[in-house]
Design a protein around this ligand. Structure first.
Ligand code: ZN
Length: 373
């Protein structure tokens, strides 16, 4: 007798799958679990998908901040996302409070610690290098080793002002001291130049906002891709979408896809404003945009499950296998026209609408039908 049994579901590849859960772990996975019984049976009747719980590795969800903030559950389980990674909203000064606040949430919440000790209290958190404090950073990580998954360095002109890639270089050296954690780098307006940023990044570091439509982006004015972008990709720099208010462009994404520069992970950079007013809205809408660009459902699901789990070294998440965490997303994909808008106001029509129906976090089942129908 299992705790929860999901029967007659489909994988993203449209293969039959059944999953049994015990406590907060996946207990069994097979095309059919013959004779299995459970306290709670969810029968999907062969038309509904299940995947490992969706992971959004770039959100802003410290409710106590005033610039970029949100309720983690609004970005999380209510939209099919079982795990969110806050990307640098807080630094060594305030990450402990953020950790405490998020323990009561249903959604799994992790953090990338901002290389600047204040986090994002104002847009220019790295304009003053005295905010980069190695000892404070290491102390925070020492206290919260399971919560802090990496370091965030925002490398755009409004953030670093005249400091170029110095914050990134500091983040790289401190990440090594913290056991080889990834550094997530935000890019935008120059200086610093994208070329200088990418050349300072190593394998396993994550370039977020990779597919923005800004002049300091991966695509040259003539529509070709800069050689240094290929070089970084081939060296193992991880390309992450990080949609955000102004960092996802359909044309950039399409050109990149044509040239084999696929994103490893799909994240939203969501916070209350771009959730409520667009253009982000939620993870399902962001996934629909990737389908509209031409990615397949299995590719998109991988970008929000196994790939971000691997990038963030979350070894028990993102996988549908016995022993993995019982975090699952049950969703439908229906034919229908859906207008989709990128961060620059360009629109495409989606033809597949993704709707999360049930979120399972740590073995607990949350039915979303009421919020979606
Ligand atoms: Zn962000």
């Amino acid at each position: 007798m299992y705790d929860v049994l999901i029967k007659n579901a489909l994988t993203a590849r449209r293969q039959p799958i059944e999953i049994a859960l015990n406590g907060n772990k996946i207990a069994a996975v097979a095309t059919q679990l013959v004779g299995a019984t459970a306290q709670q049976v969810i029968d999907l009747h062969g038309a509904t998908y299940v995947s490992a719980g969706w992971i959004d590795d770039h959100v802003h969800c410290d409710e106590q901040l005033t610039l970029y903030y949100d309720d983690p559950d609004e970005d999380g389980y209510k939209t099919g996302v079982t795990t969110v990674v806050d990307a640098g909203s807080t630094g060594a000064d305030n990450i402990r409070d953020f950790y405490q606040r998020t323990r009561a949430k249903i959604t799994n919440v992790y953090a990338l610690i901002n290389i600047g000790r204040t986090g994002i209290l104002a847009q220019d958190e790295l304009g003053d290098l005295s905010k980069i404090d190695r000892d404070a950073l290491l102390a925070a990580h020492h206290e919260l080793p399971d919560f802090i998954l990496g370091i965030k360095a925002r490398e755009s002109h409004s953030v670093v002002v005249d400091n170029g890639i110095k914050p990134l270089l500091a983040a790289r050296s401190y990440a090594a001291l913290m056991g080889g954690l990834p550094v997530m780098v935000h890019v935008g307006a120059k200086p610093p130049e994208l070329q200088d940023i990418l050349q300072a990044m190593g394998p396993g570091d994550i370039l977020t906002h990779a597919y923005n439509g800004k002049p300091n982006g991966m695509v040259a004015p003539d529509g070709t891709i800069h050689q240094f972008v290929y070089d970084a990709y081939d060296r193992g720099v991880i390309f992450d979408v990080g949609h955000g208010t102004d960092s996802f462009n359909f044309r950039t994404m399409s050109i990149a896809r044509d040239h084999g520069l696929d994103p490893q992970s799909l994240s939203t950079d969501i916070y209350h404003r771009n959730r409520e007013d667009g253009p982000v809205v939620n993870m399902a809408t962001t996934m629909a945009k990737m389908l509209a660009v031409g990615y397949t459902l299995p590719e998109v699901i991988r970008m929000v499950t196994l790939a971000p789990a691997q990038n963030m070294h979350l070894l028990t998440k993102g996988r549908l296998r016995p022993g993995a965490d019982a975090d699952l997303t049950i969703f439908t994909v229906t034919a229908g026209e859906q207008p989709l808008t990128d961060a620059n106001g360009n629109t495409r029509t989606g033809h597949a609408i993704i709707t999360p129906r049930t979120t399972i976090v740590g073995g607990k089942v949350y039915d979303l039908e009421a919020t979606h129908d």
